[in-house]
Design a protein around this ligand. Sequence first.
Ligand code: UDP
Ligand code: G50
Length: 455
Amino acid sequence: MAFSDDEPPHIALLPSAGMGHLTPLCQQAATLLGYGCKVSLIVFHPMVSSSESHFITTFLSSFPSIHSIHLNITPLNAPGDPFFLQFESIRRSPHLLLPLLNSSSPRITSLIVDMTLASTFLPVISSAGISTYIFFTSSAAMLSLCAYFPTHINARKISTCDMEIPGVGVIPKVSIPPLLHNPDHLFTTQFIENSLAFQQASGILINTFDDLEPEALMALNNGVVVPGFPRVIPVGPLKQLFLKETSALAWLDAQPERSVVYVSFGSRTAMSVEQIRELGVGLERSGFRFLWVIKTKKVDKEEEQVLELEEVLGEEFMESIKAKGSMVVRGWVEQEVILKHEAVGGFVSHCGWNSVMEAALYGVPVLAWPQHGDQKMNAGVVKRSGLGMWVEEWSWGGEEKLVKGEEIAKRVKELMESTTVQSSAPRVAVKAMNAIAERGSSRKGLTEFIAKLKV
Ligand code: UDP
Ligand code: G50
């Protein structure tokens, strides 16, 4: 892209904690670099998980022209979700960033900040004369909920009932992120403050595309959800980075086309041992070969201190998995490589938004099993778009009642054998590819965004 006076805009990106936030912001950084922008990435240390530290090291060495700004923060010593606590420590650090932004050369013209950090960074950055954009790493459905939430709370005082989002529809109480039912929770106060701060932003970039979520995007951009809401710019699916090979590749290469079920609940979801065992039974009884990534701890660093897989699943089961040619792994796999592989015919997913967008890009049918947070909102998108199916009775990760192996087997078979979902998911991939092709909606949105950045 050519810039008017040969001076490209200098954009700084500010990711938040967790792979689900770090990955999309880095993907966006790589894309902007490809468009000829000067790009800086702000990195806070120490990070919560080993996956984040490994990822950032590989990313920065793969893109040496991305300038990195490293800042040290003091982790909060308090009980609670380590990722949410890290959000909070970063949220308390805008003063560390300000002098660096002011002294950067060439001058930083715009900042793209993760939505979880918006309310504390936006006022400080804007006062330095830098235009600020939000990056929303979840679905447009979730953005509409987030945008409307302060109004909903004001009208109802409590969030214990269904929520009607103007232009989007009624969100049943059970689909609202559970923490939002507690108005005193740190996550909820951050959520409301961020939502209100969005209104001060110059725009909101989001990893989705027009054809995937037309209603929610239209309602947001027509001011139906919140009058005067900033422009929401869908830029997804994001550029895949393919930083590493994955250990499962050789195994996948040996499998027939569309024959494997890939099972993963993202980077930070640990299921109960009981539910893991039922899932194992279900996968086996489905009769399909599977590639299953198991996590028993929320933070990967703690994974070494826990039970061996044999202890979780039983030696007999592990033997039987081996004999039938399936694969169980613990720890990190390169999901992009797996979903792109032609041997994969279905994805049992928690519906973290990045996973949903990756499945959409490669047309892999999803069996949605939301575990917490925004994942039911995302599972709704999976179902409505034809990308996959969602068994709503399973509830949050089988938390209220264990989902039995028999039931899981039935649904996995349905996922792999249903001609409806097996043909509708690839159609979603065609739309995803169109969105990022020349003259596609996401490509257009991004080009217009870059063109508007003042130098
Ligand atoms: N991911 C991966 N390998 C793993 C687990 C996760 O590559 O073993 C990637 C996945 O492809 C996605 C991100 O990490 O890009 C996880 O984000 P998502 O929104 O799907 O879920 P979260 O981990 O935030 O719950
Ligand atoms: C992560 C998580 C739970 C959860 C969400 C996560 C979201 C996304 C939207 O990202 O709901 C969001 C907006 C503003 C904010 C936090 C999250 O401050 O584990 O619900």
